[in-house]
Design a binder for this molecule. Structure first.
Ligand SMILES: Cc1cc2nc3c(=O)[nH]c(=O)nc-3n(C[C@H](O)[C@H](O)[C@H](O)COP(=O)(O)OP(=O)(O)OC[C@H]3O[C@@H](n4cnc5c(N)ncnc54)[C@H](O)[C@@H]3O)c2cc1C
Length: 412
């Protein structure tokens, strides 16, 4: 028997439905950006081409960041992108930060990660979780001149980050927290003057014993071994030691024992940043290689005129577009206050995969010259590899995606 009465509409554009799906950007493509964000993109592009590009090769060879670049990033207002104007920042959106990271990575992934860690991890932890006192004290410094590091990983705790051994205890007079231990593979640490440090206060509580601290270098932080790496060689990655480092009690970030929550939440944001870095790497390699393929002549023609080349270029273009949409989707969801953990993990996972495959293809599109250091193409391939490792390996992203998909399907 067929039911009578008006058929239920599968598609409805009632005001309720519209508002349910409304977002501040309107029903636009994911890559739609505001006028301000577009202007920022142009400004960063110019800065990257004029200031960073001439230094990329020498910094990679020297495995060292040019201090002029760090100074320039601060002068351009790119180190406090989401920080309020009151605290010396640019009061921009999260997507603005994502755009900056992507644009920088097109030219140099090392500069990009320096800016990414400082903005999406360090600045954000202080903005979101620290007391007003700490915000007033540190955000202006972090916007104007002091580079920050994020210290979570340790020799025996990487993917299992909360198995950390670095300890914190209150001093006898109750005025300080005393930190002891070693953090490993800490980005920016050679140049940083400020550190967000996670430490265990009570191992019997497991991850609920972990707290986060705002630590100044002058409090006694020791920068030890600097790693020699496959890629992002100009980005410093060092061991950071804490030997009875006394941190004022008020430098505890958020509540005691809630450091694990800060780390989990902040790395979700950070992963969108790494996704953006990976999209930038892929686009940078692609742009250089395709231009070269137009210039390079074989069999009396440009090698880009061969269909075999064109199909490979088309595949790569699709991959970059798909990864960029994943990144912008995660960023917009975060801005709209919607869940974005799964989307962030997808953006990072897929971004790192296509950064590696597109930069590998870029070498092949250029032939022999692509394999040489002077071409500047092989660096993208080396730089891409880190995307599958830091801020949670690819397996850890897959674990997160699976758990969330399983939950969405009601299978858990
Ligand atoms: C250049 C660089 C910069 C870094 N910067 C920072 C920084 O600024 N701050 C910071 O705190 N850390 C930083 N790190 C550390 C980074 O986050 C860790 O290296 C990363 O989380 C992986 O940890 P791990 O190296 O101990 O690998 P492991 O955890 O030992 O993993 C080894 C392998 O086992 C796999 N694996 C582990 N657990 C599981 C599981 N449950 N299921 C399936 N597979 C699993 C991993 O996917 C990986 O393939 C940096 C690392 C590098 C290389």
């Amino acid at each position: 028997m067929v039911a009578t009465g008006p058929a239920a509409r599968l598609f409805s554009s009632t005001p309720l439905r519209r508002s349910e799906f409304e977002n501040p950007f309107g029903p636009n493509s994911l890559a739609k950006v505001t006028e301000e964000e577009e202007m920022l993109r142009d400004a960063v592009r110019r800065f990257a081409e004029e200031v960073i590009q001439p230094r990329v090769e020498s910094m990679d060879e020297a495995e060292k960041m040019d201090p002029e670049i760090i100074k320039g990033l601060f002068e351009q207002g790119l180190m406090g992108i989401e920080t309020s104007e009151e605290h010396g920042g640019a009061a921009g959106s999260f997507t603005a930060a994502i755009i900056v990271i992507e644009e920088l990575a097109k030219v140099d992934a090392s500069v990009s990660v320096l800016c990414d860690v400082h903005n999406t991890l360090v600045d954000t932890v202080i903005r979101k979780y620290a007391s007003k006192h700490l915000q007033d004290k540190y955000l202006p410094q972090l916007s104007e001149s002091k580079l920050g590091s994020f210290c979570l990983s340790e020799p025996s705790s990487g993917s299992d980050a909360f198995a950390m051994k670095t300890s914190c205890r209150k001093s006898d007079d109750g005025k300080h927290w005393v930190l002891n231990g070693s953090k490993m593979w800490i980005t920016n640490s050679a140049e940083a003057e400020f550190f967000i440090v996670f430490a265990q206060g009570d191992p019997s509580k497991g991850y609920k014993g972990i707290s986060a601290f705002a630590v100044e270098k002058d409090m006694g932080v020791e920068i030890a071994k600097k790693e020699k790496k496959l890629g992002i060689r100009a980005s410093s990655t060092c061991t950071v030691n804490f030997d009875e480092v006394k941190v004022p009690v008020e430098n505890l970030i958020g509540e005691e024992g809630k450091g694990y929550k800060i780390a989990i939440e902040i790395l979700n944001e950070g992963r969108v940043g790494i996704g953006a870095q990976m999209v930038g790497i892929a686009q940078g390699a692609f742009d250089k290689a395709v231009r070269y393929a137009y210039e390079r002549k074989q069999f009396g023609k440009s090698v880009a005129s061969f269909q075999g080349m064109q199909f490979q270029i088309a595949e790569a273009a699709v991959q970059i577009e798909a990864a960029r949409n994943l990144v912008y989707n995660a960023a917009r969801r975060k801005e709209e206050g919607r869940p974005f953990t799964k989307e962030a993990a997808m953006a990072k996972l897929y971004g790192s995969q296509i950064a590696e495959s597109v930069s590998s293809l870029a070498i092949e599109l250029c032939g022999g010259i692509g394999f040489t250091r002077e071409s500047g193409i092989e660096k993208y391939y080396r730089d891409s590899k880190i995307g599958a490792i830091y801020e949670g390996t690819s397996n850890i992203q897959k674990q997160t995606i699976f758990k969330l998909v399983e939950g969405e399907m009601g299978l858990k």
